[in-house]
Write a protein that binds this ligand. Structure first.
Ligand code: ADP
Length: 225
């Protein structure tokens, strides 16, 4: 599904250049559950941003569903991202001026889902994530665990093939964190490819494969026993 070849990313700010990813080769099959770990600054977020088509590599190849997308226009990348990729962030990234249902529905606004179907898709994911009774609430009226469930519902409403999660439990207590991990495992078990950045060794151990980065390189690439 995803293939990186000789991929490098150099961040430039002013005169300073930082090599965030240093000649990465990586193959990710459809249906995998991959945890990306490593110390702060090793390139985890940069890698996730490139995999999610939010950021472009400096050099090398990124193949997504058989297309080398390095060099694609922003518009074409946006279209691919909206159709195929969902994101979950540590900070939930919900809009507090909108209700829970509106936050989730926003993800369908630019797609080709007919208006009639949007409401039923939103209702379906709210039920799946157990937040239907909060449909008309604002995100700030919910607990952190509930907000993350809403954010997961928003990521799933467009039925992505690939779900990217950046420290999804980073702002949650351990009980809510464990609950989010269970939900993610179920989503993967239903067939969605899942790639998660995590600092937690116990959460990384739940993935079927762990990628450990150091200084922008792959130090360990291990399948779970
Ligand atoms: P991690 O997610 O593992 O903490 P990052 O991918 O955020 O690592 O960062 C990798 C390296 O790239 C770090 O040295 C970081 O300082 C640098 N970096 C990340 N983003 C930028 C940016 N936008 N501009 C300049 N340097 C950056």
């Amino acid at each position: 599904m995803l293939k990186l070849r000789n991929l490098c990313k150099v961040h430039r700010s002013g005169d300073i250049e930082t090599t965030a990813l240093d000649h990465i080769d990586l193959d990710i099959e459809s249906g995998e559950y991959l945890a990306i770990t490593g110390p702060s600054g090793c390139g985890k977020s940069t890698l996730l941003g490139i995999l999610g088509l939010l950021d472009a590599p400096s050099s090398g190849e990124y193949w997504f569903d058989g297309h080398n997308v390095a060099g694609w226009s922003e518009a074409r990348l946006n279209q691919l991202r909206r159709g195929r990729i969902g994101f979950i962030f540590q900070s939930f990234n919900l809009i507090d001026e909108l209700t829970v249902a509106e936050n989730i529905g926003l993800a369908l606004e630019y797609g080709d889902v007919p208006i009639r179907e949007r409401r039923s898709r939103v209702d379906e994911v709210m039920a799946k994530l157990g937040v239907s009774h909060r449909a008309d609430h604002r995100p700030s009226q919910l607990s952190g665990g509930q907000q993350q469930r809403v954010a997961i519902a928003r990521a799933l409403v467009s039925r992505p093939a690939l779900l990217l999660a950046d420290e999804p439990t980073g702002n949650l207590d351990s009980a809510h964190g464990d609950e989010v991990m269970r939900i993610l495992r179920d989503i993967n078990a239903e067939g969605t490819t899942l790639i998660m950045v995590t600092h937690s060794p116990s959460h990384a151990a739940q993935a079927s494969r762990t990628l450990r980065l150091l200084d922008g390189r792959v130090l360990v690439d291990a399948m779970a026993a």
